[in-house]
Design a protein around this ligand. Structure first.
Ligand SMILES: CC(=O)SCCNC(=O)CCNC(=O)[C@H](O)C(C)(C)COP(=O)(O)OP(=O)(O)OC[C@H]1O[C@@H](n2cnc3c(N)ncnc32)[C@H](O)[C@@H]1OP(=O)(O)O
Ligand SMILES: CC(C)C(=O)C(=O)O
Ligand SMILES: [Mg+2]
Length: 521
């Protein structure tokens, strides 16, 4: 058994995580991820379900060759053929674990397995015994355990332990239970089941009600000493317990739980980002610990507090989870403290009476763009805060015939106008080509997204662009731009101009005397 004050992390990113629609990984990608999980310090890695595919079998073999420290587990149904496929896939593994499972709840017994209680009990006993004859480390899971009659759950777990299971996992397969129920269930099972104290109890919580981490912590309070998790919380439907959240809850609230994991938490963000790149599945910006906004502050009151003492608005240090630092993002909600602070970092120390006009210009700029970056601040300080650069005077887009066409008319603050038209594969393609012709700015599109903000009559389309721009030296810089309008095509044009105007401002700053908006002419 594990030390009573350590929680074993059983990582199932490569098995349950991979079951998320759109998260399949090749065996080679799984090896890359397994190496990262090893470095992170997880205790057990579940590499797949060998009976399900050649890809899972190959992944298990390849990982076994390279990853020697953690225990490597594979999943099997309670079927002899699955167990044998798993045992073959585990050959050569330094620390192998066979994980067998069967559904125990009435709904699953009746409708899915079409089996009686007795049949499920027999299947448990014979499969665990079969697995244990072949491998010493056998985990048994009661699928849909939290919706199972408790007397039957006790019977099944008793049979699994009697036949040699060394870890008992009680999954909340549907993410249905609540923390109080989970804590009490683990307490009762550990107190009631014969032999419970000789095995490790484990929780495997799904996130259908957003309770996977809370339920896993409650299971720990109830006596579980293994928790099954995934990186970024990926997994069936709404996912599994997120390893980064669980690990940091135990670390930040160590005084309360008096328990910890063996993870090097500084690798949580790099591991999260690796998985995002391997699967292409993004992480929501406000996701705890690993989301882009987890340590970003935009509102003035929070920024002011952070500048006085970071503990006012942060309960952990970003570097403890692998972020370089917190971010004070300047935007419409920011106040003077954060703007002055950023300006000081750029070398501008302002007297109290100098900040007001700059701050007013800053707020005006925030009405046009969501985020004000260092280039924008430099422009503000040089007094040429047109912030507007090129403005969209008019546009016409037509999508009739073989190719779409767009015509744009732009004006700059000096009153110059320019008009250009272009053809494209679709209306947005034509529009962007016309804008490039009008401004002389070439942008390579990395991503383009349009979504609705607001509801009903107030709804507006918001376009977000991520682009790269070659400054002529061969180096390419990344930019993001945003535009909002009732018309999504116009929002797209505004997002494109948001980026182009930043690039033109930067060019003008680099070459003083160049006329800003008409710099391309
Ligand atoms: C909660 C979980 O995460 S469970 C794990 C989920 N993971 C997966 O399903 C892995 C990917 N799955 C697959 O590749 C396929 O489903 C396979 C290869 C495993 C099985 O494929 P098939 O033989 O075509 O069966 P299919 O998927 O249609 O149905 C599942 C069968 O397994 C049975 N079964 C389900 N769980 C168990 C179990 N724990 N023990 C024994 N039998 C089980 C079902 O009753 C059904 O049997 P039936 O065909 O006799 O009705
Ligand atoms: C197979 C088991 C452990 C599972 O993934 C679940 O019940 O959610
Ligand atoms: Mg699961």
């Amino acid at each position: 058994m594990s030390s009573p004050d350590t929680i074993r992390i059983f990582d199932t990113t490569l098995r349950d995580g991979e079951q998320s629609p759109g998260c399949s990984m090749s065996p080679q990608q799984k090896v890359v991820m397994a190496r990262a999980l090893d470095a992170l310090g997880v205790d057990i890695i579940e590499t797949g379900f060998p009976a399900s595919s050649e890809s899972d079998r190959e992944a298990a073999r390849l990982i076994a060759r390279e990853v020697r420290r953690p225990t490597l587990a594979v999943l099997s149904r309670c079927l002899p053929a699955d167990i044998e496929a798993s045992v073959r896939a585990l050959e050569g593994t330094a620390n192998p674990r066979l994980h067998v499972f069967v559904s125990t709840s009435p709904l699953h017994r009746e409708h899915k397995l079409r089996m009686s209680r007795e049949q499920v009990l027999d299947m448990t006993a014979s499969s665990v015994a079969h697995a244990r004859r072949l491998v010493d480390d056998v985990e048994f899971s009661t699928e849909d355990g939290t919706r199972t009659e408790e007397d039957f759950l006790v019977e099944v777990i008793t049979a699994a332990i009697a036949n040699g299971a060394t870890t008992i996992n009680v999954p909340d397969t549907l993410g249905y239970t609540t923390p109080d129920e989970m804590r009490a269930l683990f307490q009762r099972l550990i107190a009631t089941v014969p032999g419970a104290r000789d095995v490790v109890f484990s929780a495997h919580c799904h996130n259908d009600l957003g309770l996977a981490v809370a339920n896993s912590l409650a299971a720990i309070e109830g006596g579980a000493r293994q928790v099954e998790c995934t990186v970024n919380g990926i997994g069936e439907r709404a996912g599994n317990c997120a390893v980064e959240e669980l690990a940091m809850a135990l670390k930040v609230r160590q005084a309360f739980y008096q328990l910890d994991t063996a993870l090097d938490t500084r690798l949580l963000v790099p591991t999260s980002q690796l998985l995002r790149r391997l699967t292409g599945m993004g992480v929501q910006r406000n996701k705890a610990i690993v989301g882009e906004n987890a340590f970003a502050h935009e509102s003035g009151i929070h920024q002011h507090g952070m500048l006085r003492h970071r503990g006012t608005y942060e309960i952990m240090n970003p570097s403890d989870v692998g972020w370089p630092d917190s971010k004070l993002v300047l935007g419409r909600h920011s106040g003077r403290a954060a703007v002055s602070h950023r300006l000081r970092a750029l070398g501008y120390t302002l007297e109290d009476d100098q900040i007001d006009p700059i701050f007013s210009a800053f707020k005006a700029l925030c009405e046009q763009q969501r985020v004000v970056d260092d280039d924008d601040l430099e422009a503000l300080m040089h007094g040429d805060v047109d912030g507007q650069g090129w403005r969209l005077a008019s546009m016409t887009v037509s999508d009739r015939g073989q190719r779409a066409s767009a015509q744009v008319e732009l004006s700059d603050p000096a009153g110059n106008t320019v008009s250009e038209s272009a053809l494209g594969d679709g209306p947005v393609d034509a529009l962007f080509a016309a804008l490039a012709a009008a401004t002389g700015v070439e942008l390579a599109l990395d991503s383009y997204q349009v979504h609705s903000v607001g509801i009903g009559r107030d709804a507006r389309g918001e376009a977000n662009l991520s682009v790269r721009h070659d400054d002529g030296t061969g180096a390419s810089d990344a930019y993001d731009g945003t535009g909002t309008s009732r018309d999504i095509i116009e929002a797209s044009a505004l997002a494109w101009l948001d980026v182009a105007n930043r690039i033109l401002r930067r060019r003008a700053d680099a070459a003083p005397g160049t006329q800003r908006a008409a710099a391309h002419a």
